[in-house]
Design a protein around this ligand. Structure first.
Ligand SMILES: Nc1ncnc2c1ncn2[C@@H]1O[C@H](COP(=O)(O)OP(=O)(O)OP(=O)(O)O)[C@@H](O)[C@H]1O
Ligand SMILES: [Mg+2]
Length: 514
């Protein structure tokens, strides 16, 4: 075809009629236009489509094109590229071209109900009748640049998080040193002012505030990927069984928990931080469901990673909230309800562990947060054949032993409000009597120095002879105590401890036995 057209144009020998040449030329142009990745569209004055190339037809995916200008207006919502303003219909390239305007490469954002935005780079011009000079319609050439914009957006988002990470990491490190100094001095101060009620209260306030500050900086360090992690292979099925003991009381009785676990999967991560991360996700789910609904925890395997997926039937997130959810201090909760550090901790933990975090959510349609972590090879076949978790899990039972009635009651209140079952005893012999009378429990939480000739450690030792599987926390306020920090199934908790440290110690014991 090309040769015959060329010959005809140069006046060479050719038997084609003018009509045939015109037809072949039209066919050639159509082939060219159909091979373009740009959409080419021509409409008449009323907005009816006269011509659409292959890309344009593919874009419509078999749906009929709008036939009138009104139908165009109904089918599309055109916004400026940054999405900040919806264009008036009179400003649309369609109407501008019909008024005689030429537009060169303008970027626009098309919005369709229930779908994510599409980006277009578009040029348009009027279609002018050569003989009359009248505008007959309009021609549009546009390119779909949605994929490119999405990649750019993702890159910008991760760069933004990286920058915030560096900033928060820097601040948190320096702040931690400041807090360490405040905490150490407040302890000295507290000892020096014993007996002066007013000053004792002031010292206690300083300490409480500094501990709260330390908790915040811990989360910031987690987000900035600067926390100290001790990764090890975790058998996820049995990990979840243990973690559920903490999750159940944290989310309340009105939320149903559904668990789907692929057995034999091992993650390589820090078990304590993983528990905190999972707990954060479950607490978020609880809040999103206002305490009532269904929570699904799914553990499965994907390419080289293991995924822990927490889905809820809650309020879901708008695209804006979803985009900002992992930023530190971003919260939609009212003042005092959330610090906005939960997801940023989970995000930082995932990244630092060599995994990632994925958030899928739509307003009103719940949320599904997936924490992916590196896979660890299953250690020994014996471990794989571990019994599947028995669900649902009953709350953990704690025996609290402390001679100070106030401490005992405060601890009882604290633990039982977190969903633990508690029993108390005033000293070692009373605890032994309870055990001999058949008391069942999983964790002994005992003070170190107590009257009636039995220390917390001695009590633990005695208990260990009969029930070696019982976990023990010994708390002590004596800094000079020359005691080991931990051993199999037990650990030492130094007073004063924050609520986080208390639950952190319990988590460590449940997960690692030390
Ligand atoms: N499962 C979810 N469903 C709906 N929205 C969620 C969910 N998880 C998180 N979000 C949104 O992301 C925001 C940030 O969550 P994040 O856990 O970081 O902070 P927070 O829960 O507000 O406060 P904090 O966890 O520090 O107490 C929440 O305020 C909420 O708007
Ligand atoms: Mg949270």
């Amino acid at each position: 075809m090309l040769t015959s057209l060329k010959l005809a144009q140069t006046g060479g020998q050719c038997e084609l009629t003018r009509e045939q040449i015109a037809l072949r030329r039209a066919a050639l142009f159509e082939t060219i236009i159909d091979s373009m990745t740009e959409h080419v569209l021509v409409v008449d004055r009323t907005g009816a489509v006269i011509f659409g190339n292959k890309s344009q037809r593919k874009h419509l995916d078999g749906a009929p094109a709008p036939r009138t200008r009104e139908e165009w207006e109904e089918a599309y919502a055109i916004h400026t590229a940054d999405g900040s303003r919806k264009l008036e219909f009179s400003e649309w390239p369609l109407n501008r071209a019909l008024r005689g305007d030429f537009i060169e490469s303008i970027e626009l954002r098309a919005r369709f109900p229930g779908q994510s935005d599409n980006f277009f780079l578009l040029s348009s011009r009027p279609l002018i009748d050569e003989t009359t000079g009248q505008i007959e319609g309009a021609i549009f050439v546009s390119r779909d640049i949605t994929a490119m914009r999405r990649t750019e957006e993702e890159l910008r988002h991760s760069q933004k998080l990286e920058t915030i990470g560096q900033l928060t990491g820097g601040i948190a490190h320096d702040f931690n040193n400041v807090l360490a100094a405040v905490l150490n001095s407040s302890e000295v101060l507290a000892r020096a002012v014993v007996g002066d009620e007013k000053l004792e209260r002031a010292a206690a306030t300083i300490e409480k505030a500094a501990l709260r500050g330390a908790e915040l900086t811990r989360h910031l360090l987690a987000f900035a990927r600067h926390q100290t992690l001790s990764p090890k292979p975790i058998d996820l099925a049995s990990f979840l069984t243990d973690a559920l003991m903490l999750i159940r009381p944290a989310i309340g009785a009105m939320i149903e928990i559904d668990v789907e676990v692929q057995h034999g999967l091992h993650a390589f991560a820090d078990p304590v931080q993983l528990t905190t991360a999972l707990l954060n996700l479950c607490v978020n789910a609880r809040d999103a469901m206002s305490g009532v609904g269904e929570l699904t925890i799914r553990i499965c395997e994907t390419e080289g990673l293991v995924e822990i997926c927490v889905a809820d039937t809650g309020c879901g997130m708008s695209p804006e909230v979803r985009e900002r959810a992992v930023e530190p201090f971003f919260t939609t909760k009212e003042v005092g309800k959330g610090s906005g550090l939960g997801l940023s901790m989970v995000y930082g933990f995932a990244q630092q562990s060599g995994g990632n975090l994925r958030i899928e959510s739509k307003p009103g349609a719940g949320a599904r947060i997936t924490l992916a972590l590196p896979k660890a090879a299953a250690p020994a076949p014996v471990a794989i054949s571990a019994a599947p978790p028995t669900l649902p899990v009953s709350p953990m039972r704690v025996l609290i032993v402390d001679d100070d009635a106030m401490v005992r009651e405060a601890l009882k209140l604290h633990l039982s409000s977190a969903g633990f079952q508690t029993t108390t005893a005033a000293d070692g012999p009373e605890a032994i009597a309870l055990i001999e009378a058949g008391l069942e429990f999983d964790l002994l939480f005992t003070d170190m120095v107590m009257p009636r000739g039995m220390t917390g450690l001695a009590l633990a030792e005695k208990l260990r002879e009969r029930r070696p599987e019982i976990r023990v926390i010994v708390s002590t306020g004596y800094v000079e105590d020359d005691l080991p920090e931990a051993g199999p199934n037990w650990l030492l908790l130094r007073k004063p401890y924050s609520s986080n440290e208390l639950f952190g110690a319990i988590r460590r014991l449940i997960l690692t036995g030390s």
